[in-house]
Write a protein that binds this ligand. Sequence first.
Ligand code: CP
Ligand code: NVA
Length: 310
Amino acid sequence: MAAVTESLKGRHFTLVADWSRDELLAVLGLADDLKERRHRGEEHHLLPGRTLGMIFQKSSTRTRVSFEVGIAELGGHGLYLAASDLQLGRGETLRDTATVLSRYLHGLMIRTFAQADVEELARHATIPVINGLTDSSHPCQALADVMTIRERFGRLEGVRVAFLGDGNNVCASLMVACAKLGAEFVAATPDGYEPEERALELAREAGGSPELTDDPRAAAEGADALYTDVWTSMGQEEERERRLKDLWGFGIDEELVRLAGENAIVLHCLPAHYGEEIAESVLYGPQSAVWDQAENRLHSQKALMALVMP
Ligand code: CP
Ligand code: NVA
């Protein structure tokens, strides 16, 4: 594992698919360790004096707070950068932004629309770039997701994950992470809401066999983890009415949880919309692992930063 850990210094984390199984496991291993150290109240200043810049072009609660608290707990400093306040918002190029910010910072997280913009930033930055969500992926979320699943079941191999609803960015990254780590994956979506073909290809290339269905009940039966996300992602607000209609019936309610069985867990990346993709009683019910999952954003991203930042 020492060789894997060394190889990660300076690496970008823009897509789960770019990282090997062992590299992902190195993050999860350190994340578990950092979680324990935090709960014991032990100091763990693995990045003293380092600064992480965080560019946000979309809203955030968890990503912003977990990265900002995370870098502080590692002994460093987080700098919140609203994209609209940067010259980037007035036409400065991603290349110039990356080149300049690389002179000040030790790591750069970005949440934006186009995956291509994150890749462009990474191409020109000499510091690690971390993808904090794009329209097509959410790799940091996937780290916390698989950490939570492993925590609950003690393994990832053979665990069956059912994603219900919109086959969106969160679905895509989770599907590839499951493929890399040996978990089974089924996506239950209405016609037209399947995961993107490119994400399916990446999952297959990673050794997975993602299944697709339009029957949420069939997906729930035999699932160890039921996962859902909002039906209208950031940037899709104008489609909300149509999406509500199209996705109706794909939400996680108590009946669906019963179909999965009493040992199944329920996951949601949050924010949630009660009565749409998830029932309030399920979110706060005994099988919900959602709050641990949200907490695990902190531990898994601290591990990620500690491994990639110089
Ligand atoms: N799950 C997630 O990324 O939440 P935020 O949008 O609040 O960051
Ligand atoms: N799919 C959602 C995830 C939010 C964390 C979105 O992109 O808005």
